[in-house]
Design a protein around this ligand. Structure first.
Ligand code: AMP
Length: 279
């Protein structure tokens, strides 16, 4: 695997005839790689001639400085994982390479920015769009792979790709979980074994909702019951929303089609998110 650290090195690659005529699969990450990330690389490898992964802890998408500071970084281990998976290129730029002398186009994300992650992490999706726009512009992939673990992020990326007319197919990949059900996340590295056990209340609540979808006459009642269920555990709930998969807005009280439930919660200081498609 070739490691590229500058835009200049990357441009040299993307100008090659062989690169231009190949299908390019791109997997953007913030590192501290786990099996969730590996699944995206593996899928990308099975569908493209060249696979390029990026590792960039993007400062503009963190709305709390201490979260950015404490974000896990495991560069050497990440490189080994990517080499073992047969990734072709790793783009690992500095902050200056991405942000110096670059003007980002504005984008109005509308409702997507006002609900759930958008509401509780102001500016987060603007930051995500900035970095993904820059990476798409530089790497010019054929397909880009994102995890449904970040359900709302997938919606934002699809919206942005369409808005700026990027000729890139966005591939949404299923959430990879630990055997216990806990969704894999780089942030899990900061959880103790006891905290991991406590965090299972998120997955259990998602399952509670899925199993009880038909047992309550309105989504509001189901949501109230689910919040009560969640509070039996030790985590602090930030939000639990049952929304339409496409619009991410609360759906008609009686209609139980095309739904997803999304949860964000704190296990002590660690913020965790997860979701489950219901129907
Ligand atoms: P991150 O490094 O957290 O920015 O994640 C990079 C990509 O990996 C994003 O598209 C995430 O949605 C995806 N991802 C993270 N965790 C998982 C998981 N458990 N299963 C599948 N994809 C994941």
């Amino acid at each position: 695997m070739k490691i590229l650290r500058t835009v200049e090195e990357l441009n040299k690659l993307t100008n090659l005839e062989n690169y231009k005529s190949s299908s390019i699969g791109f997997v953007p990450t913030m590192g501290a790689l786990h099996q969730g990330h590996s699944s995206l690389i593996t899928k990308s490898k099975s569908e493209n001639q060249i696979v390029i992964c990026s590792i960039f802890v993007n400062p503009t998408q963190f709305n709390k400085p201490e979260d950015l500071e404490n974000y896990p970084r495991t560069e050497e281990k990440d490189i080994t994982i990517l080499e073992d998976l047969g990734c072709d290129y790793l783009f690992m730029p500095s902050i200056d390479e991405i942000y110096d002398n670059y003007i980002f186009p504005e984008i109005d994300l509308k409702e997507l920015e006002l609900v759930m992650e958008g509401k509780f992490r102001p500016g987060h999706f603007k930051g995500v769009c900035q970095v993904v726009y820059r990476l798409f512009d530089l790497i010019k992939p054929t397909k880009a792979y994102f995890g449904l673990k970040d359900f709302q992020q997938v919606a934002v990326i699809k919206f942005m790709t369409k808005h700026f007319l990027f000729p890139i197919e966005i591939i949404a990949c299923q959430t990879i979980r630990e055997e216990s059900g806990l969704a894999m996340s780089s942030r899990n590295l900061r959880l103790s074994e006891a905290e991991k056990k406590d965090s299972l209340i998120i997955f259990n609540t998602l399952q509670f909702i899925k199993e009880n979808l038909e047992n309550f006459d309105s989504i509001k009642t189901l949501k109230d019951k689910a919040i009560n269920y969640f509070h039996k555990g030790n985590l602090t709930l930030e939000y639990l929303e049952i929304v339409d998969q496409n619009t991410l807005t609360q759906s008609n009280e009686k209609v139980k089609k095309n739904l997803v439930v999304c949860i964000a919660a704190y296990c002590n200081k660690i913020r965790l998110i997860d979701n489950m498609i219901l129907s």
